[in-house]
Unconditional design. Structure first.
Length: 128
């Protein structure tokens, strides 16, 4: 199952982001929230943002695979998802404001999710 590969890669990314949050919490001695620390705030948001978007995207990706879309297309969306999440996390790790990585990661994530939604609806209507 192709989706399982991208679920594993995205899970490893989310675990790495969680590890960065844990490390910053220990470093700054913050148990809950961000303690007003901008570094911890960015790490928390990078992790939370991935947790917010990745599950929905993986459900859509799995649906595409189960509906029989070509393997190359499922891989293309899976790669785009993983790269978009890497870009977003990198962009947020390097800047609290706007950054190329954060912008590209966000735009790519949203565009691919919209495209997968459209394909899911078309697949449902067409009986795929």
């Amino acid at each position: 199952m192709i989706t399982l590969l991208y679920a594993a890669l995205c899970t490893l990314l989310i675990l790495a982001l969680a590890g960065r949050v844990i490390a910053a919490r220990w470093k700054h001695k913050v148990g809950l929230g961000d303690g007003g620390n901008s570094e911890l705030n960015r790490r928390v948001r990078a992790h939370a943002n991935a947790v917010e978007y990745v599950p929905l995207a993986l459900i859509l990706l799995g649906g595409m695979e189960l509906n029989g879309y070509p393997d190359w297309l499922v891989h293309a969306f899976g790669i785009a998802l993983f790269v978009s999440r890497l870009l977003h996390a990198w962009g947020l790790a390097t800047s609290a404001g706007t950054s190329p990585g954060r912008f590209l990661g966000t735009v790519l994530t949203l565009l691919l999710m919209v495209a997968m939604c459209v394909m899911a609806i078309i697949g449902f209507v067409a009986g795929l």
